[in-house]
Design a binder for this molecule. Structure first.
Ligand SMILES: [Zn+2]
Length: 237
């Protein structure tokens, strides 16, 4: 009996040895051992390929900003519409974000002390209104969307939808309302000198590569919420 058992054990060990020495099995074992590395290599290669395809697609669509190629439409950044309960009426037809109300009214009061009379032309604009402005004016002027986008934001892409933007005119020179010539008014010179004290900033200056210069269009950056809203825009400057 004992002898038989020994023989059996010997057979098994021998069988094992033969199994281990089979060249195909060694190859299989090696593959098994290296499979995690192969998997990692394959994943990295795939990721690279996907990234290249994505970048390739965006460059075909002619997006100019490589840092945020998916964000802009015709040069404009997307903005959400602020909820109604955060808006206040500061005069007939001009609503603004409640956070900037006091700053804006103080700005106008300070200007008045210097003999400058500022006019608030346009504050909050809903995405629906922006839709009307963008498409009706575009067809009236017989312009293509890309041309129109240089002077007006497409719906969903206007700073006015945030409630933190304000278009300002000079009461003494109303003919310059929404015109580049506004930059030659006393009101504009006063704003350039003083607006920052009230946390207002010119949104589209002469260096903006996407949108035409808008000396009348200012935005408020005096709260964390406002800074968050304009974070991307400021990062790109
Ligand atoms: Zn504006």
């Amino acid at each position: 009996m004992e002898q038989n058992r020994d023989i059996n054990q010997f057979d098994i060990q021998l069988a094992k040895r033969i199994y281990l020495n089979k060249p195909k099995s060694i190859l299989f074992k090696k593959l098994l051992l290296f499979s995690p590395f192969l998997f990692l290599l394959f994943s990295l290669a795939s990721l690279r390929l996907i990234k290249n395809i994505e970048l390739g697609t965006f460059s075909i669509l002619n997006f100019q900003d490589e840092r945020n190629p998916e964000l802009r439409i015709l040069g404009h950044l997307p903005y959400n519409e602020i909820s109604k309960d955060k808006l206040v009426l500061i005069e007939p037809n001009v609503e603004v974000h409640i956070d900037m109300r006091n700053s804006l009214l103080n700005l106008r009061e300070e200007a008045k002390k210097d003999g400058i009379y500022l006019v608030f032309l346009s504050g909050f604009r809903s995405i629906n209104l922006q839709n009307e402005i963008f498409y009706s004016l575009k067809s009236l002027r017989n312009q293509e969307a890309a041309e129109r986008a240089r002077v007006s934001a497409p719906p969903g892409y206007s700073e006015h939808s945030t409630g933190f933007a304000i278009d300002i005119g000079d009461a003494a020179q109303r003919e310059t309302d929404f015109e580049t010539e506004f930059e030659n008014t006393d009101a504009f010179r006063w704003l350039i000198k003083n607006a920052a004290k009230f946390h207002f900033k010119l949104s589209f200056n002469k260096n903006n590569k996407y949108i035409d210069y808008e000396p009348w269009h200012w935005r408020y950056e005096g709260s964390i919420e406002a800074l968050k809203v304009f974070e991307t825009s400021n990062r790109e400057l």
